[in-house]
Design a protein around this ligand. Structure first.
Ligand code: FES
Length: 117
């Protein structure tokens, strides 16, 4: 997994910031003292979720108001969709988002043993 530092953010603030990491657009969200990272493209019709807002622990799309859990990316009841989430770490006040490559995800399907690859 590669870690990408998110610049110009105070981890204690409330914010939604879009970053590009490993070719992916990711929303980094500060909400109620926690930091989350979710895919920035709304799966409903492709809107940029970084233009949305947070409510009740969810990221709300500004176009048709579909909403996605900040914790796990699941769409709200009845939507039947989700957005990918990414791990976040905070070290010395710096926020980093972890992104796995396609091959790292495939390797993860076979467990932690790297000897097969
Ligand atoms: S584009 Fe996001 S809810 Fe429709």
């Amino acid at each position: 997994m590669k870690w990408f530092k998110v610049d110009d953010i105070n981890p204690t603030d409330t914010f939604i910031k879009k970053i590009k990491a490993d070719g992916k657009n990711i929303c980094v969200v500060g909400y109620e003292g926690n930091i989350y990272a979710l895919a920035a493209r709304c799966p409903h019709a492709g809107e940029d979720l970084s233009r949305g807002w947070c409510k009740d622990g969810k990221l709300v799309c500004p176009v048709h108001r579909f909403s996605y859990s900040l914790e796990n990316g699941r769409g709200s009841t009845g939507q039947g969709d989700y957005v990918r989430t990414y791990p976040v770490k905070i070290s010395n006040g710096n926020i980093s988002v972890g992104v796995s490559s396609f091959w790292q995800k495939i390797k993860g399907l076979f467990g932690p043993d790297d000897s097969l690859f």
